[in-house]
Design a protein around this ligand. Structure first.
Ligand code: PNW
Length: 475
C-alpha cells in the first residue's frame, strides 16, 4: 500500500556505515615523488590529446602531502569510514616485488591509515582503482596477459601483509568493466588500446576475474585467521528499466542489458563461477569471429575458484536507463539489438552519462538480492557532478537533492525489500581528477582542489546524511 508505506517510520540502523570515497590517481598527485613508479594513467595523461584540457594527476588534490587535511574534512563531517585506493607503483615502482619495495610508499599508506584510525575513521581499501604499473603494461601488455594474475597476487599479498593488521575491509578491483572496455576497447582510458574485435577487453575481464579469485583465496587461507577482515570486489551496475513493463519483449530486452552490460563480473563471482547466459552467447560469437585466436573459457577448477570468492557485494551505482526491444538491430555490437534511452524528465549532471533516477537505486539493490544470492551489500560509490564553472557551485542544490533522494531509496530497499545493505559511500569527499575529463567535472562535497584556497565545505551533504540517519518518516 503506497500511501501507508509513505508514512511508515524508518531510519538506518545504528551500525550502518556512512563513508566517502576517492582513488589514488584522482587525488594523490606526487606522481614521480619519492621513487614512485610510473602508472598507465601517468603515461596516458602526459600524452597530448588524451585528457580534456591537457589535465593530469601530477598534483591533483595533493593528498600525498595533504592527507591530514583530508582526514580533518571527514572528521568535520562526522564520517566514520573512508574508502581510498593504493597506488601500486607507489609501493612497487615497477609493479613486481622482485623489482623492489619502495619504503616511502609503504610509509605513506601507513601514515594515512594511522591518521584515519587516530581520528576514529575506519579505512576501506581498494587495491586496484585503474592505475596499473606502466612497466607491466610495457612488459606484458597489461590485463590481456594471464601473467597479471600472479603479479596482482604478489602485490595484494604484500598489501595484506603490510596493512592488514589495521585494514579490515578490502576491495580487490574497482569497476572492472570500465578497466576493460575503456582501457582495451574504446581506448578512452589508459592504456588507450582500441581493439574493436573485443578480444582484448574480453581477455582483460577474464584475467581480472581470475586475479580477483586468487586474491580472495589467498586472504581466505593465509590472512583471514590472523587478520579477520573482509574481502570483496566493487562492481558497477546501472539499472535498466523495461520500456513497457507489461510487454514481455521489453522485459526480456532489459534483462538482456542487465546480463550483458552489468553482470560480466558479478555473475561468475556470486552465481556459478561463469558468465551469465546471454554473455556466454557473445563469447561464442567472438570465437566464431576469431577462429584462429584463443578465446578462453573458464575451466571447472577456475569456476570453482571464482564462485563465492567474495565476502560482500561492493556496488557502484549512479544512474539508470530505459530499455526496449528492437525489431531490427542497429548494428553488430552487443547492445545493438536493444533500444536504450533516457527519460527527458530525468535531471542531468555535468557528466554525460549521469542522470538522476533515484528509484533505480532501490531496484538495483532488489535485483542484487534476487539475482546474486542476497549478499551483504556495501555501496562503494554514488554521486553527482557539476561543471567547472566560475565561481564554483557552492549551494549544491542539485547534489543535495541527488543524495537525499537516492539515500531514501536505499532506506526503502533495507526496510521494505529487506536487502542487506551495510554501507553507503558517497563519491566523493572532494573534487578530483575525473579521468579523461580531467578537472572539468566536479563530484566533490568540497571544492577548490588545487587552488590557493583551503578546501571549502559543502557541509550540507553531511547534514543530509545525518538527517536521514535520524529521519523518522519516509517522504
Ligand atoms: C566511477 N557509468 O566510474 C569511478 O569508480 C570513479 O573513479 C569516478 O570518478 C566516478 O565513477 C565518477 O565518474 C564510473 O557509465 C564510470 O555509469 C562510468 C559509470 C559509472 C561509474
Amino acid at each position: 500500500d503506497p500511501v501507508r508505506d509513505a508514512f511508515l517510520p524508518g531510519s538506518f540502523p545504528d551500525s550502518f556505515i556512512w563513508s566517502t570515497s576517492t582513488s589514488a590517481y584522482q587525488i594523490e598527485g606526487a606522481w614521480n615523488v619519492d621513487s614512485k613508479g610510473e602508472s598507465i594513467w601517468d603515461r596516458f595523461s602526459h600524452t597530448p590529446g588524451k585528457v580534456d584540457c591537457g589535465d593530469t594527476g601530477d598534483v591533483a588534490c595533493d593528498s600525498y602531502n595533504k592527507y591530514r587535511e583530508d582526514v580533518q574534512l571527514m572528521k568535520a563531517m562526522g564520517l566514520k569510514y573512508y574508502r581510498f585506493s593504493l597506488s601500486w607503483t607507489r609501493i612497487l615502482p615497477d609493479g613486481t616485488v622482485a623489482g623492489g619495495v619502495n619504503q616511502d610508499g609503504v610509509d605513506y599508506y601507513n601514515n594515512v591509515i594511522n591518521e584515519l584510525i587516530a581520528n576514529d575513521i575506519t579505512p576501506m581499501v581498494t587495491l586496484y582503482h585503474w592505475d596499473l604499473p606502466q612497466a607491466l603494461q610495457d612488459r606484458y601488455g597489461g590485463w590481456v596477459n594471464e601473467t597479471m594474475v600472479q603479479l596482482y597476487h604478489d602485490y595484494v599479498s604484500f598489501a595484506f601483509k603490510s596493512f592488514g593488521d589495521r585494514v579490515k575491509l578490502w576491495l580487490t578491483f574497482n569497476d572492472s568493466k570500465i578497466v576493460c572496455n575503456n582501457g582495451y576497447l574504446t581506448g578512452q582510458h589508459a592504456p588507450g588500446i582500441q581493439d574493436r574485435s573485443q578480444l582484448s577487453s574480453y581477455l582483460c575481464g577474464h584475467n581480472i576475474l581470475k586475479a580477483h579469485a586468487k586474491a580472495w583465496h589467498t586472504y581466505n587461507t593465509t590472512f583471514r585467521a590472523s587478520q579477520d577482515g573482509k574481502v570483496g570486489i566493487t562492481v558497477s551496475l546501472d539499472w535498466a528499466e523495461p520500456r513497457d513493463p507489461d510487454l514481455p519483449a521489453d522485459v526480456a530486452a532489459a534483462d538482456y542489458y542487465m546480463q550483458v552490460s552489468n553482470s560480466q563480473f558479478a555473475h561468475p563471482i556470486y552465481v556459478n563461477g561463469d558468465y551469465p547466459p546471454d554473455f556466454k552467447i557473445l563469447v561464442q560469437k567472438l570465437k566464431q569471429a576469431l577462429p584462429d585466436k584463443n578465446v578462453p573459457d573458464f575451466s571447472d577448477e577456475e569456476k570453482a575458484s571464482i564462485r563465492g570468492s567474495s565476502d560482500f557485494f561492493g556496488l557502484n551505482h549512479y544512474t539508470s536507463c530505459i530499455v526496449g526491444h528492437r525489431d531490427t538491430p542497429a548494428g553488430k555490437g552487443p547492445l545493438d539489438n536493444i533500444n536504450i534511452t533516457r527519460s527527458p524528465e530525468w535531471r542531468r549532471a555535468a557528466t554525460d552519462w549521469l542522470y538522476a533516477v533515484p528509484w533505480g537505486m532501490r531496484r538495483v539493490l532488489k535485483y542484487i538480492k534476487e539475482t546474486f544470492g542476497d549478499p551483504e551489500v556495501y555501496i562503494t560509490e554514488n554521486g553527482w557532478s557539476d561543471g567547472d564553472v566560475t565561481p564554483p557551485v557552492m549551494e549544491d542544490t542539485d547534489r543535495i537533492c541527488y543524495y537525499m533522494t537516492y539515500i531514501d531509496e536505499v532506506l526503502k530497499a533495507i526496510m521494505y525489500d529487506k536487502v542487506k545493505v551495510r554501507a553507503y559511500t558517497a563519491w566523493s569527499i572532494m573534487d578530483n581528477m575525473e579521468w579523461e575529463t580531467g578537472y572539468t567535472q566536479r563530484f566533490g562535497m568540497h571544492c577548490h582542489l588545487h587552488g590557493p584556497e583551503p578546501a571549502s565545505g559543502t557541509q550540507a551533504v553531511f547534514k543530509v546524511l545525518q538527517g536521514h540517519h535520524r529521519q523518522q518518516r519516509l517522504p
